[in-house]
Write a protein that binds this ligand. Structure first.
Ligand code: ZN
Ligand code: ZN
Length: 587
């Protein structure tokens, strides 16, 4: 899954401090006298007023007509907002709260502390030009039917004149950006131009707006588009300079990595501990995969001698099985075909509840969202649970060789695992449950590692239930996919902390994780422009798997898999360590 609003709340918050907004509301009375539920509700309202773009991402449109200008004044305002609320929540007596409330409190504190840290220490508003992109919110306002088209267009009309000052502030913020983030920003903002393109003009023409309104909005959209183009041109100039004279390194280093890991993963372990566990897991997977490959060899290679080297042996077998794949043209259709099959399996095997009233809509990824990953879920936020959940699948692009490489990566076996991960019973199903959670705080400030961890856990759980026929082929290819999650964590730490080179990264991904060239290069790119996020999958997966095994041991014959899943998901997207505390506190 890529960037739903849950995944980057603090970064959005930084880029989204309101401009010329009413004075940021402060906690009213002495918090000790205000019930926690009231304090929470006040905070969330104030938070949305402070961060209208995040609010739109969450499906809350009250402040949607404001486009915050990310300048220094607003950053200070945002910072003092976080300070004031942090003080208020620190005064709440945690011991007086029920456990679920206690988790809400910790999530809020964690969020505010993270915002402080990202603003004061991480400072990506200075070195990451891809922090600035207006397309996401405009895209949501134009593409989500939360109100009549005319209302939405009028909201858009109020935001359009702010686009130019927004990008002017963005340009002023940039101090020594990295080359890689500059290039990412160029790519993504080029995609942003499409938001004000023909589709938008058609929407305006087809609306009931007056002729004067239509003319005005088109004119303002033209200026907004020019501002985006100006930012792109500015960045392209910067890119040339950075290439010539050197740029800030994209590697964030050990200190920032550990701290960012602490704030965003909220795991029980340090980043270094997780890295070591991932190394051990890689070794275990290699051993098991070699065993399976040995078993399969005669079936696929007859009397041909087996390679002596373990990685060669696995690699040959994986390569052979990868030849089994759909065509480039049939890729999106095949994804569509598989979703109902996965749903039937989950239902028939009693693995977890589904909700047929909220079906998943498979679509081609909108332009402005492209650039990082190949498939992602766009889920309805907690405020508009009736909105569509989209499964964005990016149609294959590029040369015939690039397409073939991609198709081999997402072969017959792996494509099924991908659909489990993104859709059923992975992200889509987890989000259905999260939105049912009565805790708005958990739905809004959810933990990315838990979200990714669930999706990764669900892959293994499906195979354990017999999905895919329990064949050695399916298990081998699943293991290859799981190895990818393990190597994501290794790559992330190695790149940012240990200075791993592109050549070393390619060796890890291609030789030791059996990835195709295209996939490996994309991953190397992602490792450069993100940090810690690639570790979240393995961190969450390991924690969920451990919790399940612990409960199995404890409950013995009374352990019920579906009940475990329902309970686990019922807490919403909280850090696994908090859910663990809740589940283990049950008699
Ligand atoms: Zn995911
Ligand atoms: Zn082929």
């Amino acid at each position: 899954m890529t960037r739903r609003f849950l995944m980057v709340p603090f970064l959005l918050a930084l880029a989204a401090a309101p401009h010329a907004a009413a004075q940021a509301p402060t906690p009213q009375a002495a918090p000790a006298k205000v019930p926690f539920s009231r304090l929470k509700a006040d905070f969330i309202e104030a938070y949305w007023r402070q961060n209208p773009e995040s609010a739109v991402g969450a499906g809350y449109y009250k402040y949607a007509d404001r486009l915050p200008i990310p300048d220094a004044v607003e950053r200070r305002r945002s910072f003092s907002f976080a300070s004031q609320w942090l003080r208020a929540f620190k005064e709440v007596d945690e011991r007086a709260l029920e456990v679920p409330e206690r988790i809400d409190l910790r999530l809020i504190r964690g969020q505010l502390e993270a915002e402080h840290w990202y603003a004061n220490t991480f400072k990506s508003h200075q070195w990451d030009p891809s922090n600035y992109n207006v397309a996401g919110t405009f895209g949501l306002l134009l593409g989500t039917e939360y109100a009549p088209l005319e209302t939405r267009l009028r909201t858009v009309a109020k935001r359009l004149p702010k686009v130019a000052p927004y990008y002017a502030a963005a340009k002023a913020n940039l101090k020594g950006p990295t080359l890689e983030h500059t290039q990412l920003a160029i790519l993504q903002n080029k995609g942003a131009l499409g938001v004000f393109g023909e589709g938008f003009l058609k929407q305006v023409d087809g609306s009931q707006l007056s002729a004067a309104e239509k003319a005005r909005i088109k004119e303002d959209a033209g200026r907004a588009k020019a501002a985006v183009q100006d930012y792109i041109t500015h960045l392209e100039g910067l890119e040339t300079k950075l290439k010539a004279s050197g740029a800030r390194s994209f590697r964030i280093g050990k200190d920032l990595f550990e701290q960012s890991f602490f704030h965003s993963i909220q795991a029980d372990c340090t980043a270094e501990e997780l890295y070591r566990r991932a190394l051990a897991e890689k070794e275990k997977l290699h051993a098991r995969m070699a065993e399976t490959a040995r078993q399969l060899w005669p079936k696929y290679f007859g009397a041909e001698p087996m390679p002596a080297d373990r990685l060669d042996l696995i690699g040959r077998m994986v390569e052979k099985l990868s030849q089994n794949h759909v065509t480039a043209e049939g890729f999106v259709a095949e994804v569509k075909r598989q979703i109902p099959l996965l749903e039937s399996w989950v239902r028939e095997h009693g693995l977890v509840e589904l909700d047929p009233s909220k079906p998943l809509v498979v679509r081609e990824t909108p332009e402005y969202m492209r650039g990082v990953a190949g498939a992602s879920i766009s889920a309805p936020g907690p405020y508009d649970p009736k909105a569509n959940t989209y499964y964005n699948v990016t149609p294959l692009e590029g040369t015939a060789a690039q397409k073939e490489s991609y198709l081999r990566e997402y072969n017959e076996y792996i494509l099924q695992v991908l659909n489990i991960h993104e859709a059923v019973p992975g992200h889509y199903v987890q989000l259905l449950h999260a939105n049912k959670s009565p805790s708005l705080v958990k739905a809004i400030f959810g933990n990315g590692a838990m979200v990714e961890g669930w999706a990764v856990y669900s892959e293994r759980m499906m195979l354990e239930s017999g999905y895919g026929g329990n064949t050695p082929e399916m298990w081998l290819m699943y293991s290859k996919w799981n190895l990818r999650v393990v190597c994501n964590a290794i790559l992330d730490y190695s790149v940012h902390v240990q200075g791993m080179t592109e050549e070393q990264a390619m060796k890890l991904l291609v030789r030791e994780a059996f990835q195709q060239d295209t996939e490996a290069r994309e991953k190397w790119h992602r490792a450069q422009v993100t940090s810690v996020q690639l570790s979240s999958y393995f961190a969450g997966y390991a924690a969920i798997y451990d919790l399940r095994e612990q409960l199995k041991t404890r409950q013995g014959a009374a352990f019920d898999l579906k009940r475990f899943h329902e309970q686990f998901l019922g807490y919403g997207s909280a850090p696994v360590k908090f859910i663990r505390e809740l589940m283990l506190s049950k008699p």
